[in-house]
Ligand binder design. Sequence first.
Ligand code: SF4
Length: 355
Amino acid sequence: MAVSKQQNKMNKPEIDTFRKKILSWYDRHQRVLPWRAATGKKPNPYYVWLSEIMLQQTTVATVGPYFQKFIEKWPTIHDLAKATRDDIMHEWAGLGYYARARNLHKCAQMVSGDLKGIFPEDQKELEKLAGIGGYTSAAIRAIAFNKPANVVDGNIERVMARIYAMTQPLPDSKASLKNLAAGLSDGREDRPGDYAQGLMDLGATICTPKSPKCSLCPVQDMCLGKAQGIAETLPRKKPKGLKPQKYGRVYWITNDNGEVLFERRGEQKMLGGMLGLPTSEWLEKLPSRPPKGFKNSKLAVLHSFTHFDLKLDIYEGSHQNTLISPEKDHFWVRSLEIKDLGLPTLFFKVAKLMK
Ligand code: SF4
C-alpha cells in the first residue's frame, strides 16, 4: 500500500519544524568523520567526492582507513589524477566493487584536466563525470557546496519510510520514498548540507535498522511509524530470490623458483583491472574437464558477489606442464610477496588456502 495523500504531505510549517529539529540535533550530535569539515569550515569537495564514492555499498567503519590512506598518498585531486591505475587499484584492494576505483581515476583525470581541479556544483554537470550517478551528484551538491539537493541514501530511505509509515515494500517504494524526501528538501536553502548529513546521522545512530532509539529521536512526535507502532518493521522489503550459483576453476601455477603466476584481469571481466590468479570462465555449470597438465588440489574457495555466489575449484600446475605461459599481462610473484600485491578478497582466499 502506498501512503495516502493525507498521510504523506507535511505542510510548510511542518516542514520548517522538521528541518529545524534535524538541524539542531545535528549541531549537537553529528558524527566526527575524517571527510567532514569542522564546524564553520568549508568542506573540501575532493574529500566529499572521494568519501561518497568509497561509501557506495560500503560501511563508514570500513571506509575510514581507506580514505585516510588515499588522502595521505594523494592529497589533492591533481595528485590522484597523476597516479597510475595500478597504484590506485592496489590501494583500493579489499574495498570491493572495483569498477568504482577505475571510475575514480577517470573522474580525477576529468576534473583535474578539463575542469582545472574544480568540481561542478550543478548535478547534471556532475553526472557527466565518471562514476557519478544521481545519488552521488546530489550528495556532492548538498554536502560540498551547501546547495539544495534531494540526497537519499539507505539511511535516509529508512528514516523516510518510518516518518511516513510507508508499508509498501522496497524496491517498489523507492520512487515514492525519494519523492517524500524531495518534499522536505526541494528548494530549501536552510543549510542543505547539514540537513542531509543530519538525516544520514540520524539513520546511522538513532533510527537504526534494528531497535530504533525513538525516545532519543528529535522528530519522534512527527513520526507516523512510531505512532502506529510499526517503525521497527519498516522499511519492508520484498523477499529476495536465491542468488544464482556459478562455478569455475582457479589455477595455482608455480615455476622452479617457487614463484606463482598472476595476471592483470581484463577490463570486461568481474574484478576487471585487478590482479588475480588465472581462472577459467565462471559459468552456471563447471566444464567437465580441466585443461591438460593441471591436477585437482581438492580445495575450493567460495565467494559471494552481489549478484551471484561463486565456487572455484583450485587446480595446481607447474610452468613446464601447463599450457598457460606468462604473457604480457602475466607475471611471476614470489610467495612471500603475495600478501603485498593488493589482491581482491577472492584471490587472497585462494593464496591463503594454498599456503
Ligand atoms: Fe526513526 Fe523512531 Fe525517530 Fe521515527 S521516531 S524517525 S522510527 S527513530
